[in-house]
Design a protein around this ligand. Sequence first.
Ligand SMILES: [Fe+2]
Ligand SMILES: [Fe+2]
Length: 381
Amino acid sequence: MEMQKLPVNPRAEKLNLEVERLANRLVRSKDEWLGRLHLGGRAAQYDDVHYEFIGGAADVLHKKHYDKSLRLLWKGEAALPWSTFRDCNPYERELIDLAEMNLTDAERAVRQRITSAEFKALLDREYTLEQKRAIVAILSAIGHGEAYAWLVSASLLPEVKSTGAKAALTMQILEEAKHFVVMRELMQAFNVPIPRQSVWEYLLLEGALKAKGLDKFFGMNVLVESIALSIFGLLSTLPGLDVLRLFHLDESRHTALPANYFKEFPMPRWQKKSPLARLRRLKMALPALPLIMLLEAELAVLGIDAFDFAGSVMRKVTHLSERAGFLQPEEAAAQNKLFNQAFNAYCKATRPNHHYKNFMESETTTGEAELAVEREAFSLS
Ligand SMILES: [Fe+2]
Ligand SMILES: [Fe+2]
């Protein structure tokens, strides 16, 4: 390409280069020493010499999480046509219009961009006030969780090594932000008061946010995400709630992140085995149990036994904990047994005709697609 090169003072050019080299040596060696002495140093875990974050490329994480998230990226406007979201680009809008042109009149009437008022009327038609309250109470537990998921995933960004892991986590941050804002509109459409966080949710979520370093992966991606995944799996087949399928799909990807990350960057042995670290994680998980008991009445309104739900959730939590290396296989089996004994003891004390049941075998996710997603998320790497 033809470009008119301008003259430059060669002495100034040389001087600038030398000044930069000298300053670079001084700044970098000062930061390196401060880093070695744990007194600060460079803030970014970034390797500009190799144009990579510390930890390298980690292309597998990049492909499994970042690329996949972008492939499966969904928009509020397309999923909830009645909402205020206008996040589709012109191509997506065109696709929606084309798809609608191929529908029959009856199909279009269902699929059509119904208004917010019409969606609210659908909810009123399908559910009693008690059922609407129960659904919102259950959803709010995870709605507040989405706020924390957003904060926790953002706070994990500087903690993970490699370009691939940071890219994966960035997609999680984006998805949690979307979950929070979309969930708010969905719950507001029910037109019933949205409850505050129960103290158990508060303890659970504050625990995940305050957890140190990669323990956040346990608190959020294993524990909270398993509860979220189970709630979405439980409700996604109900009328007007099919958007929860998309949440469910995102959460299943988030639950797989710790195991995939530790495959690239194994957790130090002391962190896996340390009784103190295990105790910290158990303490983080404990509020989940009274939380599920607190939701017993709401779940019962929808015909769901809280302990079938609890068994379904805790089995998944134990499985993911073991797979990520937070638990050894024998500890996982003992933990499942302990949970089941606790559930049965509670049921024996509160239910007149309770017979022993292995709640850990229960499955409360109902949709075929959702079950297939969970099979993939829980058995795959
Ligand atoms: Fe989420
Ligand atoms: Fe998530």
